[in-house]
Unconditional design. Structure first.
Length: 384
């Protein structure tokens, strides 16, 4: 298969400058690099084509030979081809490695610092912290203020953050020359990574501080006032900017996230902004009706029970739930009525209930329609 024109491969004109060629190559290399396109043979071939075109067109002698003779002028198997042009010098390996190293910087991050200095130490944002705070349902509904103590890393009072023993100072890292990063050359690959000796700080501490052991920071407890907003729900988080771990080499501090956990309540169960509760009532109240007091977060409320109320009936008290943390609109209280069967009956109660049952059986069709309907279905089932 005939090779493509190198200028067409890079998408540049034949009079393109070295900078234009370099920019075009960097763009293609980033797009088709094998690390970004695993198991993609087409991308791999395009990456190799772009690399080959770049190597030729950024070498003055090779480019002149290519412009005059085409691919034959830079073919190492042809007379006066690649070998002769390469021996004359030019961009060659070093130019390619330099451009490729820059591409790795863009893909994986990092500056252009090297082992010889001139770079800057890595600056990192501090880590975020999480604090689990348990509150009651009442505190979630009404809001509250809590005082918490959090562990933080602060500047060492002995070495004042230098990490070095009293009377000494950190020295420039001999491995990276203070850059915090080193460049590793492997073939035509040039990869920049964090210095393994100083871990990106650019400094080397020969005599570490006895108090902080060279870290420049010590663990302390900090007191913080946390305001719990009205209506907050279980699992929500409150962010306190800058209260996390301090940054490295002057980087910003992380944030503190206070995660709310609402304790289970003895009476109410929460469902978003609504509250649910079960209310047991006596057999007579359910049959005859009446008025009962039910609990709410704001005190007792009166609930009218109509006659002939069935067990499981739900009564809704609007606005007696929890205010939404964002809108402020209150939810409702849903009261689930449970008809309770009496226990420890007296003989007189038993007598009255037997008399009541005799009457109820005679009037079953009118007084217990659900039971009659169920029995009719049972009889039909067994008759089939």
């Amino acid at each position: 298969m005939a090779k493509k024109d190198y200028y067409d491969v890079l998408g540049v004109n034949r009079d393109a400058s070295d900078d234009d060629i370099k920019k075009a190559y960097r763009k293609l290399a980033m797009k088709h690099h094998p690390d970004r396109n695993p198991n993609d043979k087409t991308a791999e071939e395009k990456f190799k084509e772009a690399k080959e075109a770049y190597e030729v067109l950024t070498d003055g002698n090779k480019r002149a030979a290519y412009d005059r003779y085409g691919h034959a002028g830079v073919d190492p198997s042809a007379a006066g081809g690649f070998g002769g042009a390469g021996a004359a010098g030019g961009a060659g390996f070093e130019g390619f490695a330099d451009a490729f190293g820059g591409i790795f910087d863009e893909i994986f991050g990092g500056g252009r610092g090297g082992g010889g200095g001139g770079g800057r130490s890595n600056v990192y944002r501090g880590a975020d912290l999480r604090y689990n705070l348990e509150i009651s349902l009442e505190e979630a509904a009404r809001g509250a203020e809590k005082t918490i103590r959090i562990p933080v890393m602060e500047e060492c009072e002995v070495c004042h953050g230098s990490g070095a023993k009293a009377g000494t100072q950190p020295k420039t890292c001999p491995t990276c020359g203070g850059a915090g990063q080193v460049r590793i050359q492997q073939g035509f690959f040039s990869i920049q990574q964090t210095c393994p000796k100083c871990h990106g700080s650019g400094r080397f501490i020969a005599d570490p501080c006895n108090n902080c052991h060279g870290s420049g920071r010590t663990k302390k407890q900090k007191t913080l006032e946390v305001k719990i907003p009205v209506g907050i729900d279980d699992g929500m988080r409150l962010r306190h900017a800058g209260y996390g771990e301090p940054g490295v080499n002057g980087g910003p501090s992380g944030d503190l996230y206070v995660e709310i956990h609402v304790k289970a309540h003895t009476v109410f169960q929460r469902d978003h902004d609504d509250l649910h509760c079960e209310m047991p009532i006596g057999f007579a109240v359910a049959a005859l009706g009446g008025e009962i007091d039910i609990p709410t977060l704001d005190g007792a409320a009166s609930l009218k029970i109509p006659a002939e109320t069935q067990s499981g009936k739900i009564f809704r008290l609007r606005g007696k739930g929890i205010r939404n943390v964002r809108s402020g609109h209150p939810g409702d209280l849903l009261c689930h009525v449970i008809v309770e069967t009496p226990i420890n009956l007296t003989e007189r109660q038993r007598e009255l209930l037997r008399e009541f049952n005799e009457i109820a059986v005679r009037e079953a069709a009118k007084q217990t329609p659900r039971a009659k309907s169920w029995m009719d279905k049972v009889r039909q089932f067994f008759s089939e």
